[in-house]
Write a protein that binds this ligand. Structure first.
Ligand SMILES: Cc1cc2nc3c(=O)[nH]c(=O)nc-3n(C[C@H](O)[C@H](O)[C@H](O)COP(=O)(O)OP(=O)(O)OC[C@H]3O[C@@H](n4cnc5c(N)ncnc54)[C@H](O)[C@@H]3O)c2cc1C
Length: 288
């Protein structure tokens, strides 16, 4: 077995929900070459793997993950020509939003306050307030499941609302290049967006952000609120009173509680408004 693997690592410590049993094996990867070696190892040993950023969009099973969890810590960040940024996929997306806005660069102001890695934000095409990750992305370095490195252009990556082609691919995002533009009001805009986020979301509670995707032409949060579900709970999982699309772990909630609450919300919204709410969060099965 690969000598750097930690055995039996609790995933609740690596998920903003604070939910999840143990991963059979766990490794932190800091260099692209190391990521290539680890993925190649998984491929040759037929070991299931899961690539983890900040765990801010993941609901792990109470039974954990029967394979290797690869925590992406590739966190370099360089300014390049023409207001570009070359950044490791493990770099904080929120910090990237703040740092670029402070330097008067516009395009990632919305990222400040999203508790993600750059890799997770690209995978999910994270967005807020009418902006999203792909809009200022130019290319991505991706390590496939055999450990081979590819340079992919944005145009190849099928981005749409909270979707990227990476959701259909096996491997890991290693780094990205963004192309920003100088703008005087960037820092002011970033601070306003962050302030709005803190005022309207249960920012300091154990959540994974918005749990459901917005159906076309409707707001999932409003549908849940209008179904009278704010404050409703299953075990220790509760619909936030502040923002109905945020489900909160109020203590030591299990993934079973959270999944029950998700199903309850889906059923009530369907009954009362006719919409099928689809989860935006990633539900990670144990694999056993
Ligand atoms: C308080 C709060 C506020 C939030 N606000 C927003 C918001 O405004 N807008 C928004 O879009 N989201 C928001 N989110 C959700 C979440 O932050 C995003 O979905 C984010 O993109 C997830 O990034 P992550 O690094 O935490 O990914 P993780 O949760 O670790 O992983 C999510 C998925 O991405 C995959 N992944 C992660 N890194 C890589 C990689 N390097 N290579 C390949 N696959 C990878 C994982 O395998 C997994 O399937 C919020 C969450 C919280 C808790």
């Amino acid at each position: 077995m690969y000598s750097n693997f930690t055995k039996s690592k609790l995933l609740s410590e690596h998920s903003t929900f604070g939910i999840g049993g143990a991963a059979r094996y766990f490794i932190e990867v800091k260099e692209i070459s190391e990521l290539q070696k680890v993925l190649h190892f998984c491929f040759s040993e037929k070991l299931p793997f899961f690539v983890l950023g900040k765990g801010s969009n993941c609901l792990f099973s109470d039974d954990g993950f029967d394979g290797l969890v690869i925590l992406n810590k590739i966190d370099f960040c360089h300014e390049i020509e023409n207001h570009g940024i070359y950044v490791g996929a493990g770099f904080s997306f929120s910090l990237l939003g703040m740092q670029t806005a402070r330097r008067g660069l516009s395009g990632l102001e919305f990222a400040a306050g999203i508790p993600a890695t750059v890799g997770g934000a690209i995978f999910m095409n994270a967005g807020a307030q009418g902006s999203d990750t792909q809009s200022v992305l130019s290319e991505v370095e991706f390590v496939d499941e055999k450990g081979e490195l590819h340079l992919l252009k944005k145009e190849e990556l099928e981005f749409s609302y909270r979707f990227s082609a990476f959701q259909k691919m096996k491997g890991a995002i290693a780094s990205a290049r963004f192309c920003l533009s100088p703008q005087e009001g960037a820092r002011k805009k970033q601070l306003e967006l962050l302030d709005y986020r803190i005022r309207t979301q249960p920012y300091h509670e154990k959540t994974a952000g918005c749990v459901f995707r917005n159906p076309v032409g409707a707001s999932a949060g409003l549908l849940i609120d209008n179904s009278g579900l704010k404050g409703v709970h299953c075990g220790l999982a509760k619909v936030s009173e502040m923002h109905a699309n945020f489900l909160v772990n109020t203590g030591t909630c299990t993934s079973k509680d959270m999944l029950e609450l998700i199903q309850l919300v889906q059923k009530k919204v369907k009954e009362q408004h006719g919409y099928d709410l689809e989860p935006e969060i990633r539900v990670i099965e144990c694999q056993r």
